[in-house]
Write a protein of this length. Structure first.
Length: 276
């Protein structure tokens, strides 16, 4: 697909657009989010990893959903015509935890729209900033990066190189299955079909299996990096896809502020940093 200069200029005109929403921080909603992560259900005492992702979910009507399961292009996000979209990374500054039972406000702003050409073809990067405030204070400031790309060649299957084992004290092993992926998609209202529709993921988008959600992996890395402490900063970058039913080593700790998710073929699929 060729992108014209007029297309790029049109999409870049979205920079600066904002959207404001309000929501009560309901403990029941957060409890379901914690359950999907496999964390404590006592959310009144300890909030789950990246708890703000359990709120402000898109309420898109069925007739506004595209064939890939994503909401149709347009609205706050620019109507980029490249067919594939992924959540590539985020930088998050965390203040005080959200107060449950009270209203919060989120202001979302399109910060930048950038066109690039790489080995995989043309890319469009959309950076969106979310600010969540409550009681007159900012609790979360997050800058997400979404990447749009062409269809490209099918993704090569991941072939295990060795029996994946913990590589260092404190490493954890994780083998996400289709039920875990479905529950996380359900609790975040993410209907992208690559996470639960195996025929679509393999035949249409060319993946060798169901794709693990980037935010689900990021939450695992957050848990690994924080060990129950609340950090001031957390950021992650997706590097390669992870697939259901394959072992993943979650490695690193809060000491050096670096954590990663390693596939069974030895490829680092996601890196994250944390600061206290």
């Amino acid at each position: 697909m060729t992108i014209s200069a007029d297309d790029i200029a049109h999409w870049q005109s979205w920079a600066g657009r904002t959207e404001t929403s309000k929501e009560r921080m309901d403990a029941g909603v957060l409890r379901r989010f914690a359950a999907a992560l496999g964390e404590s259900l006592d959310v009144e005492q300890v909030q789950p990893s990246l708890a703000h992702w359990g709120f402000f979910l898109p309420a898109t009507l069925a007739d506004a959903i595209g064939t890939d399961g994503h909401p149709e292009r347009g609205g706050l996000l620019p109507p980029v015509t490249l067919p594939r979209r992924m959540f590539a990374g985020s930088e998050i500054n965390l203040g005080e935890p959200l107060a449950l039972g009270e209203m919060a406000r989120r202001v979302s702003t399109i910060a930048a729209v950038t066109h690039k050409t790489g080995k995989s073809g043309e890319l469009v990067l959309v950076e969106i900033e979310h600010e969540i405030a409550q009681r007159g204070r900012v609790c979360v400031n997050e800058r997400q990066t979404l990447v749009y790309r062409g269809e490209g060649a099918p993704t090569t299957a991941v072939v295990p190189q060795t029996t994946l084992q913990p590589g260092a004290p404190g490493d954890t092993m994780w083998r996400p299955g289709p039920v875990e992926l479905f529950r996380f998609s359900a609790v975040t209202f993410n209907s992208h079909r690559i996470h639960y529709d195996l025929p679509y993921a393999t035949r249409v988008e060319g993946y060798p299996g169901l794709v693990v959600q980037g935010p689900l992996t990021a939450a695992r890395l957050y848990r690994q990096a924080t060990r129950g402490r609340r950090p001031a900063r957390f950021g992650f970058r997706a590097i390669a896809p992870l697939f259901a039913e394959q072992p993943i080593r979650v490695t690193g700790n809060e000491t050096n502020g670096q954590v990663a998710a390693v596939r069974c073929d030895g490829v680092v699929a996601m890196r994250a940093t944390v600061g206290f």
